[in-house]
Design a protein around this ligand. Structure first.
Ligand code: G3P
Ligand code: CA
Length: 300
């Protein structure tokens, strides 16, 4: 697959950024100065001497301090300095995209059952906060539309994980929700599922996409080019088996975002590697740590 974007990505080399794709250039311009989209360009373009800090991406919101994948968790992350929030999306039984991580609502709400078996009306009744702490009683499972509206009004960008295999129609509904609120410039799609990413690319070429990986592919660079990825979003454990992959992907113009990293020791190691984003349950702490650290580029 080559829609012109992979050519554009390959054309990025140190000290020079060129775009063969007007759509990609538009996405990047719309996103600036939001860093997840801008940083991969600056960092992959070899601006090492003035390298920006990795982008802080709040995993399921500020999930160490508030119930994951709720609007209050997103607000805590936002107030803690995170400009990017990661959420998971899955459909209700009647096709409405909701923000939820697990396949069932059991762990994170007062309800039971697979999300795909529950109607939107039922999901709207659930308490998604009490399981975490009484102070959060009454928090809801947000629809994707509600999440996007909240971001649009209150600020921030969305790293949206399409959770599990989605049909073409289900991806189309997600794209419809994003476009309905003119949020394409502030949404970055990621998924472990390659067919789902291909549907996203086909339906919404304006949206940057990232492939999630818990183990490394045999040829990550080749796969990134085949899928026209903007980012390869790899687990910290998997990247530790091949740290040089960051440079290989950057050489190909592909950003690297790493999950889920909560310790200063690993933040320091990943900062030194030059990764583009760090996905963390502790976004406020990572924001503070980055503000206080000595930039890797300045120390050699
Ligand atoms: O963003 C990466 C991470 O969210 C992938 O794993 O299980 O937390 O969705 P998971
Ligand atoms: Ca996720």
């Amino acid at each position: 697959m080559n829609d012109g974007r992979s050519t554009a990505l390959r054309s990025r080399r140190p000290g020079r950024v060129t775009y063969g794709s007007a759509a990609l250039a538009t996405v990047l311009v719309l996103a600036a100065p939001s860093t997840l989209l801008a940083d991969p360009v600056a960092r992959a373009a070899g601006h090492a001497a003035a390298r920006a800090a990795p982008t802080v991406i709040a995993h399921r919101g500020a999930s160490s301090a508030a119930p994951e994948n709720t609007l209050v968790s997103d607000e805590v992350a936002r107030r803690g300095g995170a400009r990017w929030i990661e959420n998971d999306v899955q459909p209700s039984s009647d096709g409405v995209p909701y923000i939820l991580h697990d396949a069932t609502v059991d762990r994170t709400t007062d309800g039971t059952g697979p999300i795909r078996s529950l109607t939107a009306a039922r999901l709207d009744e659930l308490d998604a906060g009490s399981w975490f702490a009484p102070a959060y009683a009454g928090a809801r499972v947000p629809t994707l539309a509600a999440q996007l509206a909240d971001l649009r009004v209150r600020g921030g960008n969305l790293l949206l994980e399409i959770k599990g295999r989605h049909s073409h129609a289900e991806v189309a509904r997600i794209v419809q929700d994003v476009r309905a609120q003119s949020m394409s410039g502030r949404v970055f799609v990621q998924s472990f599922d390659i067919p789902t990413l291909r549907f996203t690319r086909e339906l919404a070429p304006e949206l940057p996409i990232g492939l999630l990986r818990s183990t490394l592919d045999a040829d990550p660079v080749g796969l990134a080019e085949d899928l026209s990825l903007t980012a390869y979003n790899v687990s910290d454990a998997a990247l530790a088996t091949r740290p040089g992959l960051v440079g290989d992907l950057h050489e190909a113009g592909v950003a690297v975002n790493v999950w889920t990293v909560d310790s200063p020791a690993r933040w320091k190691a990943l900062d030194a590697l030059g990764v583009d984003g760090i996905i963390t349950n502790r976004p406020a702490e990572l924001t503070g740590w980055l503000a206080g650290r000595t930039p890797a580029a300045a120390t050699g």
